[in-house]
Design a protein around this ligand. Structure first.
Ligand SMILES: NC(=O)c1ccc[n+]([C@@H]2O[C@H](COP(=O)([O-])OP(=O)(O)OC[C@H]3O[C@@H](n4cnc5c(N)ncnc54)[C@H](OP(=O)(O)O)[C@@H]3O)[C@@H](O)[C@H]2O)c1
Length: 273
């Protein structure tokens, strides 16, 4: 039963306004990088079930095909794009093939990333190169190729708004020993996102930054075993988030009404200090 005291003249709440105001994704097109596992796969699925046609980008084609089949079974539309986005041409081709196939691009989720932790002294330089090439350059290639299409979607699409969601990390906020180059790449993603946001927001391209804490994915499997052992204490006893928890946040961001831009979202497991 409604308590009339909750609604006095100083707070004229219209209960009808409390209904969800999400805008539907039917008719929109999204490209998700790193869609073969973890956060990217969950995000692509979440966007697809809400009506977006999704382009799935990663190197492991079999995993993308599996996800595409599952999306199609649910009545969705998915395009598999086997691409290594650290190669500029492949990143650009992924964007152009998405637009060629679906006719537009409303949403880019720049999610593909790698986290190769460990002390700087004696670190294999190849690990640093891989992180910069994927987390920074790969993201930039996709952003650069997508921007004209996002601007066009925001100008003449039915929703007249478009989204670029860049997946950073808590590591993009806080630097810690043993994570320097990962921190560097994710801080860079944050800096680029904010500058780009200012450039395109008046044209209704929303640039959003998502900064997850620990999520149970394959990310840590690429870290050298001796480094994993040293890090284990930091998250001991913490129940990690699931990839779907971050997908949920990304869906929230891209379904806001045109006049609302969620610029940044920092999301930690409740137990992560
Ligand atoms: N898990 C966490 O705790 C956590 C926390 C904060 C932020 N993040 C961020 O979340 C994002 C997704 O990570 P995740 O946790 O979901 O890890 P994940 O399961 O390892 O996913 C990484 C994705 O990136 C793709 N990828 C790797 N190299 C690529 C390349 N050269 N070209 C195209 N795609 C490539 C992988 O696919 P292929 O190998 O098939 O190419 C995979 O789909 C990353 O940016 C990560 O930094 C994760």
């Amino acid at each position: 039963m409604t308590n009339p005291e909750l609604f006095d003249e100083s707070s004229p709440v219209d209960v009808a306004d409390a209904m969800p105001s999400a805008t539907p994704l039917e008719g929109t097109v999204a490209m998700v990088t790193g869609a073969s596992s973890g956060i990217g796969a969950a995000t692509a699925a979440a966007l697809a079930v809400r009506g977006a046609r999704v382009a799935l980008v990663a190197r492991r084609k079999d995993r993308l095909e599996e996800l595409a089949a599952a999306i199609r079974e649910r009545g969705g539309t998915a395009l598999v794009l086997e691409s290594d986005i650290t190669e500029e041409q492949q990143a650009t081709d992924a964007v152009e093939r998405t637009v060629a196939e679906f006719g537009r691009l409303d949403t880019l989720v720049n999610n593909a990333g790698v986290m190769l932790l460990g002390p700087a002294v004696g670190a294999p330089l190849t690990e640093w190169q891989r992180m910069v090439e994927l987390n920074v350059l790969g993201l930039l290639y996709c952003a650069h190729a997508s921007l004209p299409h996002l601007l066009k979607a925001a100008e003449d699409g039915p929703r007249r708004v478009a989204d670029m969601v860049n997946v950073s990390s808590v590591a993009g906020r806080v630097a810690r020993a043993g994570r320097g180059v990962y921190n560097l790449t994710k801080h860079g993603v944050g800096a680029f996102s904010e500058a780009l946001r200012q450039e395109v927001t008046r044209q209704h391209v929303r640039v959003s930054l998502v900064e997850p804490g620990a999520v149970a994915t394959e990310l840590v499997t690429h870290v050298r075993p001796e480094v994993v052992a040293a890090l284990q204490g930091q998250v001991a006893g913490v129940q990690p988030m699931q990839a779907g928890d971050i997908a949920d946040a990304i869906v929230y961001i891209v379904t806001r009404p045109r006049h609302v831009a969620v610029n940044e979202m920092l999301i930690r497991p409740t137990e992560q200090e």
